[in-house]
Every structure is written in C-alpha cells, then in structure tokens.
Design a protein around this ligand. Structure first.
Ligand code: ADP
Ligand code: MG
Length: 321
C-alpha cells in the first residue's frame, strides 16, 4: 500500500521487475501506470538526492515527455509518509535489444525489414532531439531502455531517472553508464562527474544505430581480437577505410547494403570521431540521412530485406536478387 502526492491511497499490484536501483510494481486499478520503488539501501544512501532530482524532472515535464518518455509523473510515499519513488506510464512494446539481435528479432518482430528498423531509429532520434531541446541528455544509452511496438512505429523510452538535466540553474548528472557505449573523452571518469554534451550523445547514439542496422554487432567488437572498449579508445573501427577486419559473410553483406552516405557517417564517427568529437555525425545529420534511406527503401531503390547470420540458407537463396 502506498500513497500518492494527493494523499490518496493506492494499492500496488504484483512486482513486475527488479532493476539495479529499485523494483517496478503494477498498480491494482490502473493498467497503464507503474510505480518505481527504490530499494531501502538506495534510499538510505542517496534518497534525498534522488528525491530532488525526480522533483526537478516533474517540474520540467511537458505533454510530449509523458508519453514518448516514461517521465516521473506522481510522487509516491510509503505508509509512514516517506518518499519511496514515483509513478509513470507503462511503456508498451519490446526492448530494442531484441530487435538488434540476429536470432531474436524474427521472434519478437515478425516480418521485420530494413524499412521498419529505420522507422524506429528515426523516431528514436526525434525523441532524443526533443529531450535535448529541453536540456536533457540520455547519458546512459542502453538498448533495453528503448521500447519498440512491433505492430507500429511507436518508440518509448524508460529509465529516465538517470538522465542528465539542468533545471533552474542546478545540474543533475547521469550517474550511470557502460564503457562500451561511452565516448573516449568520458572514459576513465566516474559517471557522476561527467558532463554529457551533444557530441558525446551523438557518439553513443551512433552505436545504437549501428547495433540496430547490424543486428546486434558492436562497431568496435572483434577487431584484431581486442575488446570493444579498447578498440573504441583507439578509434579502431573494422569497417573503416580498406575494411581490413570486416567479418566476412552475412555481416559484411549487412554492412555493404547500407547506403554509402550512411556507411561514411559511421566510418567518420567511429574512426576520427572517436578522438575528435566535432568530427562525429550530428543528430540532425543522422535524421536526414535515415529519412532519405527510408524513402529509398520504400521506393524500392534499396533492398528492404534483412539477412543476418541467423537467417537460414534456404531463405537467403529465396530472397537473393
Ligand atoms: N515505464 C516502464 N514501462 C515498462 N517497463 C518498465 C518501465 N520502467 C521500468 N520498466 C521495467 O523495469 C526494469 C527496471 O527498471 P529501471 O527503471 O530500468 O530500473 P533501474 O534503473 O533501477 O535498473 C526495466 O528494465 C523494464 O523492464
Ligand atoms: Mg536506472
């Protein structure tokens, strides 16, 4: 049992998920709303800081944020009137991690083709641009925090309480992240001490785009047997100039089927852009390039088929041009 900001008692339904910082509960009388209840140890350690940040977020909210992004909407208190978290809309759809997956995408996104993948990515970029206009950075890019509706082009973001924001002169950092999604200039610094910029966001976003278009491959995996983070720091992008280390077969085909302009943007972003942030393709550039690509896919100028290493030989033969 919890109470909301108006003092109304709400009955929690079953626990849906356990996250790193708290648990997600259904509400008994509202299907479309869920509650994030921070773990007691998290509340004890940084409950005040979290509470202030979530309040600042609530101040910033606008109509669009509440739907495209599962923004904190309502404060929630326990039976002793202590703040324990917030309520938000429940995202619909399937995690983008299942779309960017050579074997799973067919099960979770039946009939998925390039045109739909590009549609989700365009929508994702638009939502991030909308956040940037409000002074918010995602910071911790993670494909599991992006929900895509298999039947439509709808995209919804979750886990917003980690976003970086500025409200009323106060800076709230994004205290989490993962090294393989973090640009070089922010490597080796505690996440909570990083100030994310449009250029650092553009780098992490490009990794998301690459993973989706390449069915799960990381731009910096496998080169010369080094791990992705080491390659990232060196700008060691296998698909770059000369394509020295591009994996053969289905992966290579996936890469070659991308329009040259998009391949060039990846090469620049992941090679010289790894070291020089201003060399990275920007969000408006990605948006324009993907919009053009979608038109080419729809007009038949580019092939919509998605053939990853998970596709059977037989279907590859059947779809061959
Ligand atoms: N608004 C939401 N809609 C649907 N599922 C959600 C939502 N928020 C969280 N979840 C689910 O709960 C999990 C944990 O939530 P999250 O906010 O990411 O927790 P943490 O940041 O503590 O790890 C998510 O991975 C997701 O599966
Ligand atoms: Mg989180």
């Amino acid at each position: 049992m919890v109470t909301d900001s108006l003092g109304k008692v709400r009955r929690l339904g079953k626990r849906l998920e356990r996250g790193g910082e708290g648990e997600i509960f259904a509400l008994q009388d509202r299907q479309d709303v869920i509650v994030k209840w921070y773990y007691p140890e998290v509340l004890k350690k940084r409950g005040d800081e979290l509470h202030r940040k979530v309040e600042a977020m609530r101040e910033l909210r606008d109509a669009q944020m509440t739907r495209d992004v599962c923004w904190p909407l309502i404060r929630v208190f326990d039976d002793q009137h202590r703040w324990i978290g917030f309520a938000m809309y429940r995202a619909q759809g399937v995690k983008m991690g299942f779309l960017a997956h050579a074997l799973l995408y067919q099960r979770y996104f039946p009939g998925l083709d390039r045109s739909r993948v590009v549609g989700y990515l365009i929508r994702f970029i638009e939502i991030v641009q909308q956040l940037h206009r409000a002074g918010v950075c995602i910071g911790d890019y993670n494909l599991n925090n992006v929900f895509c509706m298999p039947s439509t082009q709808q995209v919804t973001l979750i886990d917003c309480d980690s976003y970086q924001l500025r409200v009323g002169g106060t800076f709230y950092p994004c205290p989490v992240g993962s090294p393989d999604m973090t640009p070089k200039e922010h490597q080796g610094v505690a996440f909570r001490n990083i100030v994310r910029t449009s250029q650092s966001e553009a780098f992490s976003l490009a990794i998301v785009l690459f993973k989706c278009l390449m069915l799960g491959r990381h731009p910096y995996d496998i080169v010369g047997g080094d791990d992705p983070v080491r390659n990232l720091r060196r700008g060691n992008f296998a698909y770059g100039e000369g394509g020295r280390d591009v994996p053969e077969g289905a992966w290579y085909d996936l890469w070659r089927e991308l329009p040259e302009g998009i391949r060039d943007m990846f090469v620049t972003t992941f090679t010289s852009g790894a070291n020089v942030p201003r060399h990275r393709a920007t969000l408006p550039q990605w948006h324009a390039a993907l919009t053009e690509y979608r038109q080419q896919l729809e007009s038949g100028e580019c092939s919509r088929r998605l053939i990853g290493p998970g596709s059977s030989k037989k279907s590859q033969v059947l779809h061959a041009r």
